[in-house]
Design a protein around this ligand. Sequence first.
Ligand code: AMP
Ligand code: ZN
Length: 465
Amino acid sequence: MQDFSPSADVVGLYSCGPTVYSFPHLGNMRAYVFADVLRRALRWKGYPVRHVTNITDVGHAVADSDTGEDKLEVAAARERRSVEDIAAFYTKAFFDDLAALNVLPADEYPRATAYVPQMIEFAARLEERGVTYRLPSGLYFDTSKSPGYGTLAMMDVAGQREAARVYYVEGRKNKTDFALWRAEEPGVRRAMRWDSPWGWGAPGWHLECSVMSMALLGEHFDIHTGGVDHRELHHVNEIAQSEAYLDDGLPWVRYWLHNEFLVLNNAKIAKSAGPVPRLADLTEAGYHPMAYRLFLLGGHYRSQLDFTTQAVDAAQATLRRLIARVEPLRPLPLVTTFEGAAAGYVEQLDAAISADLATPKILAILQESLRDPDISQEGLRVVVAAADALLGLRLADLDLRDVDRRRSVSDLDPAEVEQIERLIVDRTQARKERDWSRADEIRAELEKLGVQVTDTPTGPTWELR
Ligand code: AMP
Ligand code: ZN
């Protein structure tokens, strides 16, 4: 971030979006929370950003192969719904999760199905340039014609040749060659099909990101993001076809940023491997979506992050304490950018976000400022607002009752209820004896347990807040 300077007045930012054939899982959402932090960091530095996130509603074949069925068609058959219904349903689920995680909306969410004619034109130009060849199964990009193919992945192409994801295709010249157009097999009619110079069929998966990003951000733009799995295949192929298409000797995109994976008890998460937890599972279990965001920000985006119950429990407890601590500071001032004038903690925040988006460090600085006995309330308000401009944890408006909203008395076990009721009896006794300090102590203890006591003419009542 220290080294970054935009190439134009507006930073073009493209994030590879979801394939809308099933619910996004917690790992997928890490990719979008990461892109959101990057976007907030750019805003903090004073750069206007134009952010595009695509919606893959055609083109992504099962197992990322070039042949075989489209993920959306498989889902449609499984759920006995049309591909359009499947796409609309899971796109909405994705937007719901983005909103719950307080991800700033992108400027555009282009759908692949809306850009098929442009994809056909793009592939036709590649064919004119002589970097493709035709097979019965479609039109292929000849990666031997791409200088520097695979540089992004920092691996030798021979390594990728052996990669399990690269499937055997009859007649393919190089194992790394990939489909630009996937022609229909004779006798098989796809649910999603378009006519093209290479017969009826559907576009290859990589094409959409090149075409839609250029259409919405211009031929060259500054930053492209995605999960680290894309660095090996999808992004390598996007670069190869885009640079062949532009043929201007310039790198297509200036910066590539990849988030590492969320792993589940140290095992890789994959949508295709069966049910994996999603945000709704967490909220149903009583966690607030901001607790998940806090958990994510507690790891650096380039490190794997292990999702465990203990870790998300700890994030929920930290969120609760954080909100309880910042509530009395509200209203917070509006801070979204670093104006250079700020000192102390805000400068530390700036240094942390500039050091490759060090969100764990930002959280630590925030906590430190909240414990600092010497900071003024006004100064603290600015620090909290600045930290939240980068973290997006809703420190300015999240209600403590919402953080614990799913916790109801029926979720407590009998021992917890007994403990609460004993404290209430003790407090009533202390009040009778006019021992106000003891009564206040007990109230504070109850508050720590999330219990709100109300004194009524018929005696105290309590509820969880
Ligand atoms: P998909 O919907 O499968 O195309 O993936 C959407 C985004 O999530 C891509 O940027 C992937 O790289 C990313 N992704 C997939 N699985 C994970 C994971 N376990 N952890 C982090 N990111 C992931
Ligand atoms: Zn992409």
